[in-house]
Design a protein around this ligand. Structure first.
Ligand code: GFB
Length: 326
């Protein structure tokens, strides 16, 4: 990937896509192509074909998707499977047919079977039933992964797949019904602290375990894989350790300074009991994450307070852990 390369990031306004764009700009890439959903509906194959034919990108980071937490997945199964499937098929197919040199497809750790052995290894994929709360999204992402493998086998298209764990950080979404757990709890705890409330409701039992990766680490992994990985097999991208939802709530309370208590709403689903990733394959290539959870939470809360307090503050200065030469 040369600095003069033309690079298309789908989903550049999302958590992962915006971090990839920030990182590319930090490294001096200037020919970055982005489109909002209104400008280019990735579910419309003709529009996607026209876009690739006219823009001719050299590299593609496919970070667009209909995404959300456990409640969003449960309440919108048709959107999660149909939209993500259409986007994957259209982008991978049009990219290949219009001469894209390499495409990176972003999957998710939620595509693993609900009860696969932990930590999750890439070879466990498709070895058992999926987690019901997000099987729709998972099926679409599994199909996208298979698209990349099929186009590599039949046409020699250099399409790779990364499977990130739960992501968090600047650019996240904080709608309490559709957000992922970390931003939702961060907002609830911040608002409880500001209102001097004495408790915060946590969904479920608080016992499921989750792994979290700071989104700038994901962006770092995406550029690393685009530069150094050309294999058919997907690669897990994670931090390597996990914690319970209850422990996460306590960590967030520490960062915010909230001293109240937590109430667990068991009418809400727990979802998969655990999904920590085995990251040894990517580590064997030489990649390591750098931002631990304590640091990542501080950086995220700092961004959150500035962005909610001053809506125009959307820019985020990447963590000093990352330098253009990395
Ligand atoms: O991030 P999350 O919504 O989805 O986390 P998944 C859900 C876990 O956090 C469940 C608990 O155990 C919830 O009971 N939780 C506690 C909460 N309080 C809250 C809250 O206020 N909001 C939310 N959302 N959860 C997602 C997939 O699974 O993983 C996505 O649904 C994606 O498609 C993502 O793949 C990476 O971690 O269960």
């Amino acid at each position: 990937m040369e600095l003069a390369s033309r690079i298309f990031i789908s989903g550049h306004r999302g958590l992962a896509g915006s971090a990839i764009e920030r990182r590319l700009k930090l490294e001096g890439f200037r020919d970055i192509i982005v489109r909002t959903r209104a400008q280019l509906d990735l579910r419309d194959q003709a529009a996607v074909d026209d876009f690739f034919a006219s823009e001719q990108p050299d590299y593609v980071f496919h970070a667009a998707g209909v995404v959300g937490g456990i409640q969003a997945n449960r309440s919108r199964p048709a959107d999660f499977i149909a939209d993500n499937l259409q986007m994957a098929v259209n982008v991978v197919d049009s990219a290949w047919r219009n001469g894209v040199a390499k495409l990176l497809f972003l999957g998710s750790s939620c595509i693993y079977p609900k009860l696969a052995p932990q930590p999750l290894k890439e070879e466990s994929l498709l070895s058992g039933p999926l987690e019901p709360t997000n099987e729709w999204y998972a099926m679409a992402k599994l199909a996208g992964l298979k698209m990349c493998q099929a186009y590599r086998r039949q046409f020699g298209f250099d399409a790779i797949t990364l499977l990130p764990t739960n992501l968090y950080g600047p650019g996240d979404h904080f709608d309490l019904e559709s957000a992922h757990v970390l931003p939702a709890l961060l907002r609830k705890i911040d608002e409880a602290h500001a209102a001097r409330a004495d408790s915060v409701v946590v969904w479920g039992s608080g016992t499921p375990r989750r792994e979290f990766l700071y989104v700038e680490d994901l962006a770092d992994a995406c550029l690393f894989a685009m530069r150094h990985y050309d294999g058919e097999q997907p690669l897990n991208v994670g931090w390597g350790t996990d914690l319970t939802i209850g422990e996460l709530a306590l960590e967030l309370a520490r960062v915010v300074g909230f001293e109240g208590r937590f109430e667990f709403d068991r009418t809400r689903p727990d979802g998969t009991p655990r999904k920590v990733l085995d990251t040894s394959r990517l580590a064997a290539l030489g990649w390591r994450p750098r931002v631990d959870l304590a640091t990542g939470l501080e950086l995220t809360y700092d961004w959150y307070r500035r962005s909610t307090a001053h809506a125009e503050v959307r820019e985020h200065v990447p963590c000093s852990c990352f330098s253009p030469s990395s």
